[in-house]
Design a protein around this ligand. Structure first.
Ligand SMILES: NC(=O)c1ccc[n+]([C@@H]2O[C@H](COP(=O)([O-])OP(=O)(O)OC[C@H]3O[C@@H](n4cnc5c(N)ncnc54)[C@H](O)[C@@H]3O)[C@@H](O)[C@H]2O)c1
Length: 335
């Protein structure tokens, strides 16, 4: 069998250290991948004069599977978000962000298992019609929802729910106020829900959803929503299971996928051996499941659960006193 080649983008800030940890874990678990490395973000800007060099785009295109560290998008005019660019270029329409309680974290809840399915290319992040008036007194942006886009993400959410044996899908919207965009999304949510009688379908307005997630998160199973709401709700969900160090994300298209941590490049702790690599390791587990290597994913997940529950060499955000390398060694010891 030919070896699977993965494009690896170490990224900026804490990116290279948590990606290095993840590759050690994948190798120790016997995944036997080839890795081809590429630059993006601030690192690429400094080395090649652009945020996403053509060689990086070509490698993503060629290998179709990418493991990516967080990227810093420089603040200021002229720089569009690299993540938004990649999602659009490779038509990665679905963003899957699972959160799961791990014993031993400082999380407020113990029984969370929520999958947020976020539409990844439309809505307020379409990047269309961003205008600030010449006198700087008015700003505009356009939100676009299409029937095709909504139907695709909703169907994806229900199909994923079926595949993972999940029981309930909640469509989150703001159709009472955003009558055109959220209204269309909700209309299609109801149509798609009718095709899946085996799964319980509910709908919820986004502001109520935020409150419910904080007060009674155990009621949620799969949340499916538009781009901006999904971005915000999935960070809220990360907070329920111990913070951004515990939250992975998969960007999925028709035949291309990019796996990453939900968090950013954490410049405040970069270069200090303090980052928790769990998010990007969990993203790698999503990648293994995508590649139908669930046995390897389960092996690594079991090791992670054990390290975090026992508190053996855990990082500060998990209540420990150790750094990225010690935490990784604790995982490697178990594998
Ligand atoms: N997917 C991505 O590439 C992505 C996502 C979000 C933000 N960003 C970029 O990252 C940069 C920094 O953004 P920010 O500071 O708002 O958010 P951030 O997610 O980088 O950091 C927020 C807080 O969480 C902590 N944190 C994040 N990841 C951690 C980890 N693995 N272990 C321990 N603590 C962790 C940080 O120390 C910080 O206190 C910005 O340039 C932003 O554009 C990139």
């Amino acid at each position: 069998m030919t070896k699977q080649t993965i494009t690896v983008i170490p990224g900026d800030g804490i990116g290279p250290s948590i990606i290095e940890a993840t590759i050690k874990v994948l190798d120790k678990a016997g995944c036997d991948f080839n890795y081809e490395f590429a630059d993006a973000g601030l690192t690429a800007l400094e080395k090649h004069g652009e945020l996403v060099p053509q060689e990086t785009m070509d490698l993503i295109e060629k290998n179709r599977i990418t493991l990516k560290g967080p990227l810093t998008t420089p603040v200021g005019e002229g720089f569009t978000s690299i993540n938004v660019t990649l999602r659009k270029q490779f038509k990665l329409y679905a963003n899957l962000r699972p959160v799961l309680s791990f014993k031993g974290t400082k999380a407020r809840y113990e029984n969370i298992d929520i999958l947020t399915v976020r539409e990844n290319t439309q809505g307020m992040y379409s990047g269309v019609g961003q205008v600030v008036s010449e006198d700087g007194t008015q700003a505009e942006a356009m939100s676009i929802i299409t029937r095709d886009g909504a139907e695709k993400i909703l169907t994806f959410a229900y199909e994923t729910a079926r595949k993972e044996g999940r029981k309930k899908v909640t469509a989150v919207h703001k159709a009472n106020i955003l009558k055109s965009t959220s209204g269309l999304f909700l209309k299609i949510a109801r149509e798609v829900a009718a095709r899946y009688p085996d799964i319980e379908s509910t709908e919820m307005i986004v502001d109520n959803c935020c409150m419910q997630l904080v007060m009674n998160p155990e009621q949620f199973d799969v949340i499916v929503t538009t781009n901006l709401f999904g971005d915000i709700l999935s960070d809220l969900c990360a907070g329920l299971v111990g913070g951004l160090g515990m939250a992975p994300g998969a960007n999925i298209g028709e035949d291309c996928a990019i796996f990453e941590a939900v968090h950013g490049s954490a410049p405040d702790i970069a270069g200090k051996n303090l980052a928790n690599p769990t998010s990007v390791i969990l993203a790698a587990l999503q990648m293994l499941e995508y590649l139908e290597m669930s046995d390897k994913a389960e092996k690594i997940r079991a090791a992670l659960i054990d390290v975090i529950a026992s508190g053996d060499r855990t990082t500060r955000d998990l209540g420990g006193t150790h750094g990225t390398t010690d935490f990784t060694d604790a995982l490697l010891d178990r594998l």
